[in-house]
Design a binder for this molecule. Structure first.
Ligand SMILES: [Ca+2]
Length: 175
């Protein structure tokens, strides 16, 4: 009997936490994206916030700049938010190394000149999670500083602070 009670309590706690994951909203979806240049019209900045995490460029859901210095992508959240995590889905069918050194910046400056909250140092996995530790701002930028480069983002998800990772549960299929 005692075991059953303990089991039910554990299931209940798990369910409450699961709801918490499900309720977390990707605030990037309601923002507006721009980028330094657009390689082809179908690779526009908005492709990185269309809710589709397909990492094959040819599927038409990745943003892709020309070769710029610096190459950048910027999301206007339309109002100030505290940012907990930024989840980037990198291009996987080719050229994932182009994202190395990219900085995620959060702040109120519309020219990308905001504090850096994380740098991409590993592109071995297509999903990259950057913790922004509740930095506040209206703009989230991804910038590749210091070299001429192409910036490709198959999805960028932005979450307000939370104590958990939706990616663990939903992975690429997250909202
Ligand atoms: Ca996409």
């Amino acid at each position: 009997m005692k075991c059953i009670v303990v089991l039910l309590v554990c299931i209940s706690i798990g369910w409450v936490h699961s709801r918490k994951f499900l309720d977390q909203v990707n605030i990037a979806r309601s923002g507006e994206a721009t980028q330094s240049s657009t390689f082809r019209p179908e690779y526009n900045a908005a492709a990185a916030i269309d809710g589709n995490t397909d990492s094959n460029l040819k599927m038409g859901s990745c943003s892709h700049t020309g070769k710029d210095n610096p190459a950048w992508w910027r999301l206007d959240l339309k109002k100030r938010y505290k940012v907990g995590r930024v989840v980037i889905v990198n291009r996987k069918d080719c050229c994932s190394e182009r994202l190395l050194g990219a900085e995620v910046r959060v702040g109120d400056s519309a020219d990308n000149n905001n504090p850096v909250c994380g740098t991409v140092t590993n592109v071995s996995k297509e999903t990259i999670v950057v913790s922004c530790e509740e930095r506040e701002g209206r703009y989230v930028s991804v910038v590749i500083p210091g070299r001429e480069e192409t910036l490709q983002l198959c999805e960028v998800k932005v979450y307000e602070p939370s104590d958990t990772s939706e990616e663990i549960l939903f992975g690429r299929f997250g909202r």
